[in-house]
Structure formats: structure tokens, C-alpha cells
Design a protein around this ligand. Structure first.
Ligand SMILES: O=P(O)(O)OC[C@H]1O[C@H](O[C@H]2O[C@H](CO)[C@@H](O)[C@H](O)[C@H]2O)[C@H](O)[C@@H](O)[C@@H]1O
Ligand SMILES: O=c1ccn([C@@H]2O[C@H](COP(=O)(O)OP(=O)(O)O)[C@@H](O)[C@H]2O)c(=O)[nH]1
Length: 473
């Protein structure tokens, strides 16, 4: 591809360093290879007494290997309305089917628009005419429309990393029509799964009266947009390399020694209500209660990395989880065995492959998840001769691809406990067969496939076909 790639996302990270959160990890992998420009929020919030004025952000430029990182600071007011407020207080819960947790009655939308306009203003002067722009995630749905309003005629694609719910859930958002109209300013829309794509096309037809004008092409508001499912993957070789590097090997050896008498289960998640952590703990408690052979032998290491602590639903889940872990250890623990080891901390990504490889079972049981890269990392890190078993929620985007995992309904406590027990007892031959099937899938649909196939379709979308770029919001 000769055009330069310009990636825009809320979260930007030095691609040579590790980051918690699947989006930053995946984009770091992609940009490390292609080079280009990565634009987004600096992660810095400027308080009013430091001169933080709503709408104005200082721009920082930093060369990180082949990637030019350009980031903008946000004022406290903008950050609170755009990130904590509209993105994570409205869009995140609704897109994860949690209308009960959404904070609709707010003025957040003004801050959300203000930051998208700020991003458009700061990005526009950095663009070259044949740049391909790839915008990521729910924080930036109106960005193409704002760029178009400033005269940007570049090809612009959008990838949604989180689920898209069915039309009647989406329609609960005040101004949902405005959001979906904004999507039509892009040339290509990518979703994580066929289910999410189906929800978009159902919404587009029912609410926006979109017409299907060819394979994957939808016309509404005088614009034609392509839409497709592009499930994100991982860089399998890079992850396996981490497993073989010193830190990965040290971790593996330490875990194997420490748990030589036990079967290790592992969970690695941001502490987010979408990840189903309390439900997982209840299933683990049910396992210990109903399958006595697991007592004194199964140990669950749960890493819950801190996330979005300024949104109240996140502090509620922390207390619930801590109390469940405490009661499981209190009720089932012995002097020489604690069933749950819980850490509220981010663990460096380089240490995870060793932990995954030493574990017999991974519990990836979100109530909803766009994809879930931890599931794929766990598979990549296994020893094919003696692999662990993946217990995976049917509500993770990854479940559409990873059919050889043990698929569970995380709301069904007894059913999930039974699946965990089956995973712990699974004979070697079946573990190998399932692992082989899972490896084939993550290798075929890896992060390079994701990036190449998205950019190929975006490259084919022509300006004439997309129609007038000046879609007014
Ligand atoms: O940036 P944060 O608010 O700290 O949150 C971290 C990221 O969480 C979400 O990740 C999603 O993208 C993953 C990769 O596609 C996917 O596997 C996972 O299922 C999603 O939850 C969020 O979408 C990102 O924007 C955040 O950066
Ligand atoms: O303590 C942690 C927790 C998570 N991760 C990484 O963060 C990403 C999480 O991505 P996923 O798609 O599973 O979920 P998200 O957090 O993006 O919703 C994975 O690459 C994990 O290896 C990490 O490095 N350290």
C-alpha cells in the first residue's frame, strides 16, 4: 500500500511498549509494521487552574520507531463529558446491552461533539491528500462528519471494537439517529462479528431506510457506505515470542513450581462490568461446592486491571468482586491452600504468556465483549503437546470463531461450573484436538489479516461511489 496510514483512536500508546486494553495492543502491533501516524488523546487532563479551557488542547508530537504519535491534551471539562461521560457512561453500557447502567439524563453529548471537533481541527492540517484514515471505536463516531465539514475528502474507515446491539436497544439512546447518520460519513464500517454487522444493517434499514446497493454496500443520506465483519486477531508469532523470552519463561517456571500440586485456572480482564467477573466467581464457588474433587486442588488466579475508575458503575463492581473473593477464600480456603488469588493491578503483558502457559484452564466469561484478545493470547501461549482449555462465553465476539472452546452462558452458574469441571478433567487427546482447531483459527484470522482485509476494502471504496462527502450532522 503506497498511501500513508493515519490511525485515530482515543487511546494512543507507544507501540514499542506494552499496554492494557486490546485496542492499544492491536494497533501497536499493526503500526509497528506499517509505520504511519497515530493520533489521539495524550492521556493528560488539564485542570482549570492549569489553564485548561474547554475545547483547546495542546498537541504533542513524538516519533516512536516507525510511528509518529500525535496526541492532544484534554481539559477536565472535556474529558469528563467526552470520555467518562458520553463514551463510557452512555455508549459503552448501551452497546454492551446494559441500558440499566446508562446515564442518559446528562449534557455529556455537547462535550463528546466538542472533542470530536477538536480532534478534526487538530488532525486536518497534518493530513496529506492520499492518506488513508482509519478511525477506531465509539469515542469517535462523529469524527468523519466533523472532518468532512472541514473539507476533508480522504478515504475514512471506522472500526467498532465493541459490540453493536440490536436496533431496539440502540434506539434507547436519545439522539441515536444522529449517531448512525454520522456513521454514513465514513467510507467503510468494520464490526467485530457477523452478529454486530447484522444489527447495523437491521438498524440502517429499519430506522434510516437504507437501501442495499450491492454486496455489503448501504445507501442512505445521499451516501454509500460499505459495511463488513472483520474480527480482530493477535500477532501470534509476536505473542509466542514473548512466551519464549526471558520474562515469559521465568514466569512459566515460577508458576509451575508454585502450583506443582494444583491445577491452575486463570482470568485476565480489565475490571469492567461487561467482563462478568462476579458471575465468574459465583461459578467458581459453585464448582468448589458441587465438585469436591476440585477442593484443595483448583486455584484461580484472577487479574483485574483497574479501569475507568471515575465512572461509578466501575467502583460498584470492584466492591462486589472483592467481597466474593473474600467469601470464597473464607469458606473454602485451608491453611495451605487459597482457592482465589485476586490482584487488582495491571500485569505487564510480557509476563502473561508464562502465566497462561502454566494454566490448565482460562476463564474468559464476559457478559458481552466486542472480541476479547485474552482468549486468543491464551491459545497462542499453550504448549501444543499439553495444552490448557479455554472456557469461553458465548457472548464474546471471539465465540463466533473459537468454536473448539468450551462455550458457556455466564449467567448460568451451574452450567458454567460444570464446564469448568469438564475443562479441568479433559483428557489430553481432546485437549490437543481442541487446541489444534483453535490455533488454526487464530493463525488464519490474525492481526495482519484483520488489518490487511480492512484496508483492502477501504482502498477499493472510491470517492465517486461514496457520494457527496459533505454530510451535515
Ligand atoms: O481505553 P480504556 O477506556 O482504558 O479501555 C481499554 C479498551 O477497551 C475496549 O477494548 C475493546 O477492543 C478490543 C480489541 O478490539 C476487544 O477485544 C475488546 O472486546 C473491546 O472491549 C475499548 O473498545 C477500547 O477503545 C479501549 O481502549
Ligand atoms: O493486566 C493486564 C490486563 C490486560 N492486559 C492486556 O490487555 C488486553 C485486553 O484486551 P481484550 O481484548 O481482552 O479486552 P479489553 O480490555 O480491550 O476490553 C490484552 O492484550 C491483555 O493481554 C495486560 O497486558 N495486562
Amino acid at each position: 500500500m503506497s498511501s500513508r496510514l493515519v490511525v485515530v483512536s482515543n487511546r494512543v500508546a507507544d507501540p514499542r511498549k506494552t499496554a492494557a486494553g486490546g485496542l492499544a495492543v492491536a494497533l501497536g502491533d499493526v503500526l509497528n509494521k506499517t509505520g504511519g501516524l497515530w493520533f489521539g488523546w495524550s492521556g493528560k487532563v488539564i485542570e482549570a487552574e492549569q489553564g485548561g479551557v474547554a475545547g483547546e488542547g495542546e498537541v504533542h508530537t513524538h516519533q516512536a520507531g516507525a510511528v509518529k504519535l500525535v496526541t492532544v491534551d484534554l481539559s477536565r471539562e472535556d474529558h469528563d463529558a467526552y470520555y467518562a461521560g458520553y463514551s463510557n457512561g452512555v455508549l459503552w453500557p448501551v452497546f454492551h446491552y446494559r441500558l440499566d447502567l446508562a446515564d442518559f439524563d446528562t449534557g455529556y453529548i455537547a462535550g463528546y461533539r466538542r472533542v470530536n471537533q477538536l480532534f478534526a481541527r487538530k488532525l486536518l492540517p497534518l493530513l496529506q491528500p492520499d492518506d488513508i484514515i482509519w478511525v477506531h471505536d465509539y469515542h469517535l463516531i462523529p469524527l468523519a462528519a466533523e472532518l468532512r465539514a472541514l473539507g476533508c475528502a480522504n478515504r475514512i474507515g471506522f472500526f467498532l471494537h465493541i459490540p453493536l446491539p440490536p436496533p431496539l436497544i440502540l434506539a434507547a439512546i436519545p439522539g441515536h439517529d444522529w449517531l448512525i447518520r454520522a456513521l454514513f460519513s465514513f467510507d467503510l464500517l468494520g464490526f467485530q462479528s457477523k452478529a454486530d454487522l447484522g444489527h447495523f444493517t437491521a438498524y440502517a434499514q429499519a430506522e434510516a431506510h437504507a437501501q442495499n446497493v450491492g454486496e455489503g454496500r448501504w445507501r442512505a443520506f445521499n451516501r454509500t457506505v460499505h459495511a463488513g465483519a472483520f474480527p480482530i486477531g493477535i500477532d501470534v508469532d509476536e505473542f509466542q515470542g514473548l512466551a519464549q523470552a526471558k520474562e515469559g519463561l521465568d514466569m512459566y517456571v515460577r508458576m509451575k513450581e508454585e502450583y506443582s500440586r494444583r491445577k491452575l485456572l486463570v482470568g485476565v480482564d480489565r475490571l469492567d462490568y461487561s467482563k462478568g467477573l462476579p458471575q465468574r466467581m459465583r461459578a467458581f464457588r459453585e464448582l468448589l461446592a458441587s465438585y469436591p474433587d476440585t477442593r484443595d486442588s483448583a486455584t484461580l488466579i484472577q487479574i483485574a486491571s483497574p479501569s475507568r475508575e471515575d465512572v461509578s458503575a466501575y467502583s460498584d463492581i470492584l466492591h462486589e468482586l472483592e467481597s466474593l473473593c473474600g467469601s470464597i477464600n473464607g469458606n473454602f480456603g485451608e491453611l495451605d491452600w487459597m482457592p482465589v488469588r485476586y490482584m487488582h493491578r495491571t500485569v505487564a503483558r510480557a509476563r502473561l504468556p508464562g502465566l497462561y502457559r502454566a494454566s490448565r484452564v482460562a476463564l474468559v466469561t464476559p457478559l458481552r465483549d466486542g472480541m476479547n484478545l485474552v482468549a486468543k493470547e491464551f491459545i497462542a501461549a499453550q504448549d501444543p503437546e499439553d495444552p490448557g482449555v479455554l472456557v469461553l462465553s458465548r457472548f464474546a465476539g471471539a465465540a463466533e470463531q473459537l468454536r473448539d472452546a468450551l462455550l458457556v452462558n455466564p449467567y448460568d452458574t451451574a452450567g458454567t461450573a460444570a464446564a469448568i469441571h469438564m475443562a479441568l478433567m479433559m483428557p489430553l487427546e481432546e485437549r490437543r484436538e481442541r487446541h489444534q482447531g483453535l490455533m488454526n483459527s487464530i493463525r488464519r484470522y490474525d492481526v495482519h489479516w484483520w488489518c490487511d482485509s480492512f484496508l483492502e476494502v477501504l482502498g477499493e471504496a472510491s470517492a465517486e461511489e461514496s457520494g457527496t462527502p459533505w454530510l451535515r450532522l
